[in-house]
Design a protein around this ligand. Structure first.
Ligand SMILES: CC(C)(COP(=O)(O)OP(=O)(O)OC[C@H]1O[C@@H](n2cnc3c(N)ncnc32)[C@H](O)[C@@H]1OP(=O)(O)O)[C@@H](O)C(=O)NCCC(=O)NCCS
Length: 327
């Protein structure tokens, strides 16, 4: 293929509309080829893109061709010392000219300065993407499984229950609670810290954080429940478990049950019928516990990590941790 002149620069707020259009177009084309989708994919909502862009603005990039048109984008995200990138795309007609590699290299360089573990998630159908990421020094992990729970399956267990919510916690307890959140996730993967997500979900009105207290009266688990849809015209009764973490050790299954109860209460209150979440395959015990509690598997995603990430990310873990490295 001939050469194409383009440059890469940080994404600006005024790029977001164009990024929304480009992203929907690229993934619509991808879905037609790889999944035989017939309907165009709706755009990500403006509030979702602003949320995604808000965390690591210097790691979010766009590619621009000579005439000034948008020719690609990538978003970076750090959760403490754990980084990932996505969503990521180049217009179909401009693929294969090196734009994706340029965006990716610069985004990874940004993440390397800030994270000890760098991850990504991609579609299992896309061998080309996996080759691209392998070349950039990523290795495959056990796949992520996407799971879904019809809330009606919990109704008998939880009818009349109450939820403990971050949004209802007073100022004094908030400082203590949020400190414990970092300790819980850091116990699962060193440096994993979701505190900015908890605060941003609340500030932007996109979600609720459910809490569970252990027998020692300390925070023992929390779940970030996303209540706003990611895409336009996609309010389909589903809420998303953006992340969930339980303190490891005796009694962790009880805490998981408390969190599911809280999720059920919020879901019912807000008119959802199902919750969806993702679990990385290295947390095999967590996958089993969810299936036991009525979740069903809906699909898988390929998860990869930079080969110089902390070694523990490649090891199996008994921890109860839900989350995805996906945009
Ligand atoms: C993945 C993507 C961002 C790469 O961007 P790009 O500008 O095409 O990437 P590059 O030109 O730097 O090419 C990198 C590699 O991607 C693959 N590739 C690029 N264009 C391709 C195409 N049209 N068909 C198949 N493979 C392609 C090739 O393996 C290529 O390696 P090569 O140079 O050895 O052939 C782009 O293909 C895309 O937007 N795909 C659809 C959406 C998607 O998959 N996003 C990432 C989700 S994790």
């Amino acid at each position: 293929m001939g050469a194409l002149t383009f440059s890469v620069r940080p994404m600006r707020h005024e790029d977001l509309r164009g990024v929304a259009e480009l992203e929907a177009g690229v993934f619509t084309d991808w879905g037609r080829v790889h999944r035989h989708d017939t309907e165009p994919l709706p755009e990500r909502t403006g509030e979702e893109l602003e949320y995604a862009a808000s965390f690591d603005p210097d790691g979010n990039l766009v590619a621009i061709v000579e005439e000034g048109a948008l020719a690609g984008f990538i978003f970076a995200r750090t959760w403490g010392r754990v980084g990932w990138f996505g969503t990521f795309g180049v217009p179909t007609q401009l693929q294969g000219f090196g734009i994706g590699t340029a965006l990716l290299s610069r985004c990874i360089a940004y993440l390397r300065g800030r994270a000890d573990t760098i991850g990504l998630e991609t579609m299992p159908e896309s061998g080309a993407n996996i080759a691209l990421y392998c070349r950039e020094g990523f290795r495959m992990l056990p796949p992520t499984i996407v799971v879904e729970l019809p809330l009606v399956r919990l109704s008998e267990r939880f009818e009349g229950a109450e939820a403990l919510l971050w949004s209802e916690a007073d100022r004094g307890s908030r400082r203590r609670l949020i400190g414990r959140m970092a300790a819980i996730t850091g116990g699962h993967l060193k440096g994993l810290d979701l505190r900015r997500e908890v605060q941003a979900l609340e500030e932007r009105g996109l979600g609720e954080t459910v809490l569970a207290i252990g027998r020692d009266r300390r925070l023992a688990g929390f779940a970030l429940l996303r209540i706003a849809p990611y895409r336009e015209r996609s309010a389909d009764g589903r809420a998303y478990i953006h992340a969930l973490a339980v303190r490891s050790g005796p009694g962790d299954e009880e805490i998981l049950e408390d969190l599911l109860r809280g999720i059920w209460v919020v879901g019912k209150r807000r008119g959802f019928t199902r919750v969806v979440g993702g679990v990385q395959g290295r947390y095999a015990r967590a996958v089993d516990l969810l299936f036991e509690r009525g979740f069903r598997g809906v699909r898988t995603a390929v998860t990869m990590a930079a080969e110089d990430s902390l070694p523990e990310v490649f090891e199996p873990s008994d921890a109860i941790n839900l989350g995805r490295w996906a945009g």
